[in-house]
Design a protein around this ligand. Structure first.
Ligand code: DX5
Ligand code: ZN
Length: 215
């Protein structure tokens, strides 16, 4: 079954609790951490995670769009992250970092910017719990889906089958009810959705429709 991870970046921060109530039927809560350095935007960090960790939320899916993620991953894990996605473009010692994440039984995902080819991951694929394929240039919610980048899901799905690997495929950026069927057909397992959920009149219905999609 397809999993949905609503991106809190698109939520109304003045009513966060109400926003969280709208997405109870989703599978994860996607947290976009941006540092104004790796991406041209600054969002939120530890205080938000700490607050979410104190209430009963969906499992946290933390997407780190920060330079030098190894400096901070431990703290994100301390605040209860279930998944941590680090960008391959942001880390020199990726294998070491992934081992550190996995040693704490947190799921280690690697994110790929739209321009980064699948073969950059080749030697590390067997270590991964998942790949996060970006279908927008990271930084903002509500951007247009880049279909060329989505092709990578198809590539990663066939490598997974050929090599008998079990990493999950997540996709992030411009996913809505029009683009979701395509990425599901390509092999995506987890769909991150910001604007399409939080800016919809019926988030619950959107989540339901996506979860019903079949490959
Ligand atoms: C973009 C973020 C996304 C974003 C998705 O940099 O990583 O998670 O919030 O938002 P939508 O679904 O609106 O493109
Ligand atoms: Zn994201």
């Amino acid at each position: 079954m397809i999993k949905v991870s609503p991106s809190i970046l698109a939520a109304n921060f003045l009513n966060l609790q109400q926003e969280l109530d709208k997405i109870k039927t989703a599978d994860y809560l996607h947290i976009d951490v941006m540092d104004g350095h790796f991406v041209p935007n600054i969002t939120f960090g530890f205080p938000l995670l700490e607050a979410l960790n104190r209430v009963d939320t969906l499992p946290l899916d933390v997407h780190l769009m920060i330079s030098d993620p190894s400096r901070y991953v431990d703290r994100f894990m301390d605040f209860g992250a279930r998944i941590i996605a680090v960008h391959i473009e942001a880390e020199t010692h990726l294998h070491r970092l992934l081992e550190r994440i996995k040693s704490r039984s947190v799921e280690a995902f690697v994110a790929l910017n739209p321009h980064t080819p699948v073969n950059a991951l080749e030697s590390i694929l067997p270590f991964l719990d998942g790949v996060l394929v970006m279908t927008v240039n990271p930084g903002f919610t509500g951007q247009k889906f880049i279909s060329l980048a989505a092709e990578k899901i198809r590539q990663l799905d066939s490598i997974r089958r050929e090599k008998g690997l079990s990493y999950q495929l997540a996709v992030d950026g411009g996913i809505n009810l029009n683009t979701a069927p395509t990425v599901v057909e390509y092999g995506a397992d987890i769909l991150v959705m910001g604007a399409a959920i939080f800016r919809s009149d019926s988030p619950k219905e959107v989540i339901e429709k996506v979860k019903e999609l079949k490959r």
